[in-house]
Ligand binder design. Structure first.
Ligand SMILES: *Cc1c(COP(=O)(O)O)cnc(C)c1O
Ligand SMILES: [Zn+2]
Length: 388
């Protein structure tokens, strides 16, 4: 409702907001949504939030869709920030450690955040057919939100995607096509067919609104921590939408006077067998080369080439953070460690943050007394075959 325009994240070109848009028409990079933040902060005070709905739509003034009746929601977001004191106690430094448990979202992952925003906006703009390439959880969320909106869903996934994702899509009425390849191959098929089929492509960062839904993790972090951001955030990174979104949210909040200029050190966590961002971060590149033979049990991290690579890398560097990869075997083991210590059955993606945190501690990159937030981005229940 306070959106002024869309802006290319690379070249800055201005695009019209209240019409269907995918990538920048000049350079092909992602578009970011810009708001009249003065107007937003005049009608929404951070003190007023306490009485608002327990979903990400509590930040209504900073989200898309003009008309409330177009909002497609299951009550996503506003997930708990859980203290992880037993995991913290096992570390050689004393940390205030928290897990933001995104596995409690509808369809059991934080992909619900992006889809509520994207599909609400698609509904407002008259879309009836959606298509998405997915490594798994985005498909499950898209299928559910499309069904709730009364839209057709066309989903393209690698054939070795976790069974739960394939089954949930079928059971929520989506048209599912399995591809012998990776998410990038699925993306090519959507791109080739969408025009003839009349599909709107909701690939992450190839439409402007999924990142808006995911940015609410940044707002929630600030609100749940009393408007004081943590020292370090560990984020399991695939396409990077959540990290890019949080970084954007921090800037929006600062411009509204809700927080100061201090930022957490942002840490991207990837699997050693698919680590394009980690490789580019340490090589000093602004863009990341495609990672060959990408293969990891953490399907959400199996993104060999991210279109928002430069936004991830810029944020990591501006924040004084870093990028770390962990072996697949450690990440499955970490699911059991987090589960036994804290009772959270984490997704392998989220669990990857624990060995990454240990590495940060070993390397002296996290100091005694600092506050650290791990994002558990989904639920382990979606990955049963990985534990057999
Ligand atoms: C998609 C996904 C990720 C990666 O999220 P991005 O924002 O695309 O980097 C991490 N974990 C899980 C469980 C996912 O489904
Ligand atoms: Zn551009």
């Amino acid at each position: 409702m306070n959106i002024t325009h869309l802006e290319c994240a690379l070249c800055g070109l201005r695009h019209e907001a209240h019409t269907l848009q995918n990538l920048c028409t000049a350079c092909g990079k992602p578009l970011l949504v810009r708001y009249d933040l003065q107007k937003a902060s005049a009608s929404l005070k951070k003190e007023d939030l306490a009485s608002r709905v327990s979903s990400l739509w509590r930040y209504r003034e900073l989200l898309p869709a003009v008309d409330d009746k177009n909002i497609v929601s299951f009550g996503e977001g506003w997930t708990p920030l859980l203290a992880a004191s037993r995991l913290a106690a096992a570390l050689p430094v004393k940390l205030d450690l928290f897990i933001k448990d995104e596995g409690q979202n509808p369809t059991q992952s934080f992909k619900a955040r992006g889809m509520t925003a994207a599909i609400s906006m698609a509904k407002e703009l008259g879309v009836t057919k959606l298509a998405v390439p997915s490594a798994g959880n985005a498909a499950g969320a898209m299928a559910a939100y499309a069904a709730r909106a009364g839209m057709e869903a066309h989903i393209f996934m690698p054939s070795d995607t976790p069974q739960a994702n394939i089954i949930e899509c079928g059971q929520t009425g989506a048209n599912v096509t399995l591809i012998d390849g990776l998410i990038t191959d699925c993306g090519k098929i959507v791109a080739e067919r969408k025009e003839a089929e009349g599909w709107f492509d909701v690939s992450t960062l190839k439409e402007p609104y999924r990142v808006e839904g995911k940015k609410t993790m940044g707002y929630e972090l600030a609100e749940q921590m009393g408007w004081k951001l943590p020292d370090v955030v560990l984020y399991p990174t695939g396409g990077g939408t959540g990290l890019i979104g949080m970084w954007k949210a921090f800037d929006e909040m600062e411009q509204m006077g809700w927080i100061g200029s201090k930022r957490p050190r942002m840490v991207s966590v990837q699997s050693e067998s698919c680590a394009p961002i980690v490789r580019a971060f340490h090589a000093g590149g602004r863009f990341a080369d495609e990672f060959e033979n990408a293969a990891t049990v953490a399907s959400g991290l199996r993104v060999p080439k991210a279109i928002g690579d430069f936004l991830i890398l810029d944020a990591l560097r501006a924040s004084g953070g870093t990028a770390i990869s962990v072996p697949d075997a450690d990440l499955i083991k970490a699911v059991g460690e987090i589960g036994a210590a804290e009772g959270i059955f984490a997704a392998p993606e989220g669990a990857a943050c624990l060995p990454a945190l240990r590495k940060l501690v070993d390397d002296g990159l996290v100091a005694d007394g600092e506050s650290v937030v791990i994002f558990n981005t989904g639920s382990g229940i979606k990955y049963l075959e990985a534990f057999s």
